[in-house]
Design a binder for this molecule. Structure first.
Ligand code: PFF
Length: 468
C-alpha cells in the first residue's frame, strides 16, 4: 500500500531543506569550539580534507540510495538488501540519541534571545560566569529545552509544512548576513590577528589520533550524514535533479557557514584574551561579548543572532525528529501524531537527563560520562562515522555499479566525470579510512568503553537485521 511519493516543490526548496538540516548547531556552536580544543588551523585542514574526500562522497551516496529506492533510511536499506536493515535502524537510533542533547543546546539559544534584552550584555566581564550558572541551573534550561522541543513537536506533528521552510528561507540568509557582520566586527578588533593566526596557521604539534576522529565525527555531524537523514531527503527528489551538483552545493554551504563562524569567533576571542579551548560555552560567551561592545544596538543584534541560531537549530532538529517519526510510521505503521508525541515525550526525558548532567546530576555517570556527553560522544564519535562506513560498504560492495551510475547521471542525461573516482573512494578508500580513524582516534577509558558499547549495539542490531 505504497503512497505516491512526495517530491520537493523546487530545486531551491530541496537545497534549502537539505542545507537547513546540515547547517545547524554543528556549524556555529560546535565547529568553533572543536577547532579551539583541537589546535585550530590543523583541525580545520583535516576537517576540510574529510569534507572533500569523505563527506561529499557519502552525501552523494545517500542522495542516490534515497532517490533510487524512493524510501526513507530503513526502507531503503531493506529494499536493496534485507541484511542491511540494521544500518537504517542504527540511523534512527542515532537520530534519537542526537535528540538527547541537541534540544538542550537549542534551548540555550532560545533562552539567549530573551536574555539579550534582560541584562545578558550589561556586564561583559560576567557573561562567562552567567553562562556557566545558567546551564547548571536545575530548572531554567529545562524550561527552554522543553519549549524548543515543543516547537519541534508541533511542526513535525503537522507534517513538514511550508512554515518551517519559509522561516528557513528568510532566517538562514539572515544568519549568514549576521555572521558576516560579526566576522567583520571581530577581525577589526584590536588584537584580532592572533585569532586569525590560530585559525589559519596549522600547528601540527597538537595533532593526534583524537584530532582526526574529532574532525571526522564533526564532518558527519555537520553534513547530517551517517544516519539516513540525507537518504530520506533524497527519497523526495525528482528523477531530473542533478545529484552530484546538489551534494556539492549543500556541502559548500555547510562548510562556508562553519568557516564563517570560526572567523566570527576566534579573532574576538583572542582580542578579549580568552582561552581557545573554551568548550561548549564558546559561542554563548564570545558572541554576547562582541555585542556588549556595541552599545545601543547590541541587544537587538544579539537577539537577531540567537533567533537565527535557534532557527538554524530548529531546521536541523526537525529533520532529526522526522527520521525517528518516518521510521515509526513507515515500518511500524503508526500514525504520524502518535509517532511524534511518543518519540517527543521520550526526548523530553533524555533532554532533562542531559541538561541536569551539566549541573546537579554531574556525579551521575555512565561509562564515565554524564548523559549529555554520553549522547554526544556515542553519536558523533561512533555511530555516525560507523553508519557512514556501513553505507560506503553497502553502496560499494552490495549495489550494482551500473545502476549507481545510471541513477547518478539521470540515465545518461547529465555528465558526472568523477564517477569512477567517487566509486573507488566509496568502495575502498572511505571504509578503510574511517576504520583507521575510528580505531586510532578513540582515546581514554570513557571513549573506549563507549566505543565497545556502541559496537555491541551495532552487532546486536546486525544479528537481528532480518527481523527489524
Ligand atoms: N547537521 C546538523 C548540525 O550541524 O547541527 C545536525 C544533524 C542534523 C546531524 C541531522 C544529523 C542529522 F541527520
Amino acid at each position: 500500500m505504497e503512497n505516491k511519493r512526495e517530491n520537493w516543490g523546487s530545486r531551491i526548496g530541496f537545497i534549502m531543506a537539505a542545507a537547513g538540516s546540515a547547517v545547524g548547531l554543528g556549524n556555529i556552536w560546535r565547529f568553533p569550539y572543536l577547532a579551539g580544543e583541537n589546535g585550530g588551523g590543523a583541525f580545520i585542514v583535516i576537517y576540510l580534507m574529510f569534507v572533500v574526500f569523505i563527506g561529499f562522497s557519502i552525501m552523494l551516496a545517500e542522495f542516490t540510495v534515497g532517490r533510487k529506492t524512493g524510501l526513507a533510511a530503513v526502507g531503503a536499506y531493506k529494499k536493496i538488501n534485507r541484511s542491511f536493515t540494521f544500518a537504517g535502524v542504527l540511523g534512527v537510533l542515532s537520530a534519537f540519541f542526537i535528540m538527547g542533547f541537541y534540544p538542550v543546546v537549542g534551548g540555550w539559544a532560545t533562552a539567549y534571545i530573551l536574555k539579550s534584552f534582560t541584562g545578558l550584555l550589561s556586564d561583559p566581564a560576567a557573561i562567562g560566569d552567567m553562562f556557566g550558572a545558567f546551564i547548571g541551573n536545575p530548572v531554567e534550561p529545562l524550561i527552554w529545552m522543553a519549549i524548543f522541543l515543543a516547537i519541534n513537536i508541533v511542526i513535525v506533528a503537522k507534517g513538514i509544512s511550508g512554515g518551517i521552510e519559509k522561516a528557513g528561507k528568510i532566517l538562514m540568509p539572515t544568519l549568514f548576513v549576521l555572521l558576516i557582520l560579526i566576522a567583520i566586527r571581530s577581525v577589526t578588533l584590536p588584537g584580532a590577528g592572533a585569532g586569525l593566526d590560530f585559525l589559519f596557521k596549522p600547528d601540527w604539534s597538537v595533532v593526534n589520533g583524537g584530532t582526526f576522529l574529532a574532525a571526522l565525527g564533526q564532518a558527519f555531524f555537520s553534513l547530517s550524514l551517517g544516519m539516513g537523514c540525507m537518504i530520506t531527503y533524497g527519497s523526495y527528489l525528482s528523477k531530473s535533479e542533478n545529484l552530484p551538483s546538489s551534494a556539492l552545493t549543500v556541502s559548500l554551504m555547510d562548510t562556508s557557514v562553519a568557516l564563517l563562524a570560526g572567523v566570527a569567533i576566534f579573532p574576538a576571542l583572542f582580542a578579549f584574551g580568552m582561552e581557545p579551548a573554551a568548550g561548549p560555552g564558546l559561542v554563548f560567551v564570545v558572541v554576547p561579548q562582541i555585542f556588549a561592545q556595541m552599545g545601543g544596538l547590541g541587544p537587538i543584534f544579539s537577539a537577531i543572532f540567537f533567533i537565527a541560531l535557534m532557527v538554524a537549530a530548529l531546521t536541523s532538529s526537525v529533520s532529526l525528529l522526522e527520521v525517528v517519526v518516518a521510521y515509526l510510521m513507515d515500518e511500524r505503521g503508526w500514525a504520524r501524531k502518535k509517532s511524534v508525541y511518543l518519540s517527543g515525550a521520550i526526548m523530553v526525558v533524555t533532554g532533562i537527563l542531559s541538561s541536569l548532567s551539566l549541573g546537579v546530576m554531574s556525579g551521575f555517570t555512565l561509562f564515565g560520562v554524564g548523559a549529555f556527553d554520553f549522547f554526544d560522544i556515542l553519536t558523533d564519535k561512533i555511530f555516525l562515522a560507523i553508519g557512514g562506513l556501513i553505507l560506503a560498504v553497502f553502496v560499494g560492495w552490495f549495489m550494482d555499479k551500473n545502476e549507481l551510475k545510471e541513477e547518478m547521471t539521470n540515465g545518461g542525461a547529465i555528465k558526472f566525470g568523477l564517477f569512477e573516482f567517487w566509486y573507488a573512494l566509496v568502495k575502498f578508500v572511505i571504509p578503510i579510512a574511517i576504520a583507521i580513524v575510528a580505531f586510532f582516534g578513540i582515546t581514554g577509558i570513557a571513549q573506549t568503553s563507549l566505543m565497545l558499547f556502541g559496537l555491541a549495539v551495532i552487532a546486536v542490531l546486525a544479528i537481528f537485521s532480518k527481523k527489524l
